[in-house]
Write a protein that binds this ligand. Structure first.
Ligand code: UGA
Length: 431
């Protein structure tokens, strides 16, 4: 079976590599960026993802996977074409399907045999129906084409592991033919396969992400209340987690969720719901709590100092979560903007996110790859991401190196007692 994959972002590339890894002999990844394709052929991943490059090199050498910009040769005789291009957010919150439609057009113009087109990208409910109609209408050759929804549940930072050991594979199909093909594609993974119709599969993806976003926002809301009434959110989360119905994951309060998925997918489902005349109140609440949460600590800090103007402010951790170099929708961005607008001299630290941060803030802030350097002489420090080296940092250094040991921790990296014993002014979330 030949499998072509459109798009080599987190979903497309990791899916392609993992399909090759479980033994598919003919996987081809398509992207429009020539330079990216050349680099992938030499085993260089365009994204930072643990364990990915080893598998890229191994499977390329085994001749199971190839990379190309030549979509015609990739699609024309493929049995399955997986679409894994981005669906970014439009200014009104709706999902932009332009990239999906561009691939659909290429597919319609090139396929020469019966093909199953699988949408892996996160798309609004009804998109598979719409794209199927579009491709059929624009087909150049007399072949059968059908769409299937197969949403992806991998997380950045653990993408390879999540794909090889997924909790479930969701397959949204409208025929036995499509179901059989996808069951064959995924059988080597040995994971539970949930078969639904296409609309339900599309909804499963949004509902899963939005539920997790809601879970985080709920905990952030409770954390804010904990601060007011003298409770501790970590103890509260622990006490809740033993109930199997609640579970122990995604209960961590902080300065809000970021990344390329939760912010976009909550807004997109809320938009879709409004568009259909229904108000999704829970998801709206998740979005609102998250927006407010992001600037919680800088606002709190501004009440404790006269002004940020001219102050050296250290910001530790810039990416939207640890183990990724991605800054999309990272809480660090609005926080740094807030600080710059108020005249602070921001020194930003991240173990691997500096290059991407420079693209956003250019020379308006300073950058360092050393925590020591970031906090030296600083009058305030904000922690935005719980990188291991930040969590394991020698706490006495905050006391010894900073001009004023005033620390705002958006990820609850440290114990309250330790900070108290060291005489550090320490503010965290919900405790
Ligand atoms: C998320 C989902 O977890 C994946 O299942 C999904 O496939 C993916 O979106 C997607 O749609 O492609 P991801 O955005 O990579 O994955 O990252 P998460 O690990 O879910 O974290 C998202 C944000 O939530 C981060 O900013 C993280 O700091 C925050 N978070 C997470 C919390 O604030 N508290 C928690 O307890 C957990």
């Amino acid at each position: 079976m030949k499998i072509a994959i459109a798009g080599t972002g987190y979903v497309g590339l990791v899916t392609g590599v993992c399909l090759a890894e479980v033994g598919n002999p003919n996987v081809v990844c398509v992207d429009i960026d020539e330079r990216k394709i050349e680099r992938m052929k030499s085993g260089i991943s365009p994204i930072y993802e643990d364990g990915l490059e080893e598998l890229m090199i191994k499977n390329y050498e085994l001749d199971r996977i190839d990379y190309t910009t030549d979509y015609k040769s990739a699609y024309k005789d493929a049995d399955v074409i997986m679409i894994a291009v981005g669906t970014p957010e439009r200014s009104d919150g709706s999902a932009n399907l332009d990239y999906i439609k561009a691939v659909a057009k290429q597919v319609a113009q090139t396929i020469t045999k019966d093909t199953l087109v699988v949408i892996k990208s996160t798309v609004p409910i009804g998109t598979n129906d719409e794209i199927e109609k579009y491709i059929r209408k624009n087909l150049v050759n007399d072949v059968k084409v059908e769409l299937a929804s197969n949403p992806e549940f991998l997380s950045q930072g653990t993408a390879v592991k999540d794909t090889l050991h997924a909790s479930r594979i969701v397959v949204g199909v409208e025929s036995e033919w499509a179901k059989d093909i996808l069951e064959k594609v995924y059988s080597p993974f040995n994971q539970p396969i949930v078969v639904t119709n296409r609309n339900s599969a599309e909804m499963i993806k949004y509902a899963s992400n939005d539920f997790l976003a809601l879970k985080i926002s709920f905990m952030n809301d409770i954390a804010n209340l904990c601060e007011i009434v003298g409770a501790n959110i970590e103890d509260v989360a622990k006490g809740m987690s033993y109930d199997d119905r609640i579970g122990d994951k995604f209960l961590k309060a902080g300065i809000g969720y970021g990344g390329s998925c939760f912010p976009k997918d909550t807004k997109a489902l809320h938009w879709l719901s409004n568009y259909n005349g229904y108000e999704l109140k829970t998801v709206k609440a998740a979005i609102e709590v998250n927006e407010a949460q992001k600037l919680k600590l800088v606002r709190q800090a501004s009440k404790l100092i006269d002004s940020f103007n001219g102050l050296k402010v250290a910001v530790l951790g810039l990416t939207f979560k640890p183990e990724t170099d991605d800054l999309r929708e990272a809480p660090s961005i609005p926080n740094i903007k807030y600080l710059i607008e108020r005249g602070a001299n921001v020194v930003a630290y991240d173990p691997i996110g500096i290059e991407n941060t420079k693209k956003i803030f250019k020379d308006t802030i300073s950058y360092t790859e050393s925590i020591d350097e970031a906090i030296e002489g600083a009058e305030i420090c904000f922690i935005m991401t719980e990188w291991k080296d930040i969590v394991n940092y020698d706490l006495s250094k905050y006391k010894n190196k900073m001009k004023r040991a005033l620390l705002f921790d958006g990820r609850n990296c440290y114990r309250l007692d330790d900070m108290k014993n060291l005489g550090i002014e320490y503010y965290s979330i919900g405790r």
